[in-house]
Design a protein around this ligand. Structure first.
Ligand SMILES: Cc1ncc(COP(=O)(O)O)c(C=O)c1O
Length: 425
């Protein structure tokens, strides 16, 4: 190992002392951004010392070894039952779901099961099974496109034409007998907006009954799955209370308050997870049944989810989510008052999305760089769709981002804007 250099890029001939390797890696990682100031990411950056202790103690467990780690599997199943209840699954005796590495894997598995169910129904009616399609909006996360590509399903991706208008008519027009399901988003990645899922449910019910189809809905609740159930305004229907919602994904590592590496897929009823897709194998003399893309995975984040649920309970989640929403509101208010920024999110989730009020007044890339110089990491992005060029910035308010930090951030946003605007004039 050369002095003051990073570790070599080739597999080393000889090893080194653990402390030395550790220090070298830490030195290199010190050049990464500060996770606590990463305002764009939805994922949890901090838990607490008991959670950390539990995670470290359980790090060596491979979740797939059910025989050896039977209690861990039981805890996993309890979490599925808890989340099914949270999402108002109608039949507590017929629950099914799985932990995944994140919402992408959960979405792929959910959509695969919709494809399978569609195919079985088509076969039973002697209909064509070669041209499945899936209908969703252009502001869906890229993992929806990835599913269509990997699992050979035609993506009917409906362009959104304004920030908040949901293209209901176009969505409905694109459904046909080959539609495996419609994708709805409860909190999209770009603006945090929640699709009108209740209305979608009603309209698809009508279409199904007129045509003798059986098109269901998958709800992508990666962002809001651990938020909406804890908000006061529960009148919005988006989960299994709606009869066509057959599967929901949620990210444990977002507002589920667990570090990255955990997502959840919950089915309305065990009926919607085709038996053919449950993979049965014998491993180390034990029968293992799985519905995942990966085989081995760490058990720690599943256990961390169990910890978070029981540490906070409904009361704790409500308190944390409410406090994040309050801090988000402080930011919105301050940015609005400044008159430089326009808030474009719906104000429901603890996610503030904004753009400059006057386009072209300040170069947004410079704006972002100046903020980075103050250690704030804010993403700058455009929403895919039929738009005038639009550039948005996002602040995800997590539990560790308190009102004092929010005030400092707003001061910096305003002063950087003023500085760049003055240069320009
Ligand atoms: C709405 C939405 N769906 C799916 C995903 C993918 O989630 P994951 O990163 O957990 O795979 C994201 C990620 O941010 C998302 O915002």
């Amino acid at each position: 190992m050369k002095k003051n250099n990073h570790l070599p890029n080739t597999f080393p001939e000889k090893g080194n002392k653990a402390a030395k390797v550790y220090n070298k890696i830490c030195l290199e990682l010190a050049m990464d951004g500060n996770v606590h100031l990463d305002l764009g990411s939805f994922s949890t950056t901090i838990m607490n010392s008991y959670a950390d202790k539990l995670i470290i103690e359980q790090l060596g467990k491979n979740f797939i070894d059910y025989g050896e780690y039977g209690q861990t599997k039981k805890i996993h199943d309890r979490i599925i039952a808890i989340l099914s209840g949270l999402l108002n699954a109608p039949n507590s005796k017929s629950i099914n779901g799985t932990a995944t590495l994140g919402s992408s894997e959960a979405i792929h598995l959910a959509l695969l099961s919709h494809k399978w169910n569609w195919k079985k129904r088509q076969q039973s009616l002697n209909l064509n099974t070669t041209k499945p399609n899936i209908v969703y909006t252009s502001n869906a996360h890229v993992c929806w496109d990835k599913f269509a590509l990997y699992f050979d399903v035609e993506p009917r991706k409906i362009a959104i034409s304004s920030l908040h208008a949901y293209p209901m008519d176009e969505i409905l027009k694109n459904i046909d007998e080959n539609t495996i399901c419609v994708g709805a988003i409860a909190g999209n990645t770009y603006t945090g907006s929640i699709d009108p899922i209740e209305e979608l449910n009603t309209k698809i019910l009508e279409i199904n009954s007129q045509n003798n189809w059986d098109v269901g809905i998958h709800v992508d609740a990666a962002i809001s799955g651990f938020v909406l159930p804890f908000l006061k305004s529960q009148e919005m229907q988006w989960d299994f209370r709606l009869s066509l919602v057959r599967s929901i994904n949620l990210s444990g590592h977002k507002f589920g308050l667990v570090y990255p590496g955990i997502g959840w897929l919950i089915f309305r009823d065990a009926f919607f997870l085709p038996k053919d897709l449950i993979f049965s194998s014998h491993y180390l003399g034990k029968q293992i049944e799985t519905y995942t893309l990966n085989y081995s995975k760490g058990a720690s984040m599943i256990l961390a989810q169990y910890f978070s649920i029981h540490q906070h309970g409904t009361f704790g989640y409500k308190k944390i989510i409410r406090s994040c929403c309050n801090t988000a509101e402080i930011i919105r208010e301050r940015l609005r008052q400044s008159n430089y920024f326009e808030i474009v999110d719906e104000g429901i989730l603890p996610v503030v999305v904004f753009k400059l009020k006057t386009t072209g007044s300040v170069d947004l890339y410079k704006f972002q760089l100046h903020l980075k110089a103050k250690n704030w990491m804010l993403p700058l992005y455009a929403i895919p769709g039929n738009f005038e060029p639009n550039k948005l910035m996002r602040i995800v308010v997590k539990g560790n981002f308190n009102p004092a930090m929010a005030t400092q951030l707003c001061d910096d946003l305003i002063s950087v804007f003023q500085k760049l605007n003055n240069y320009r004039l």
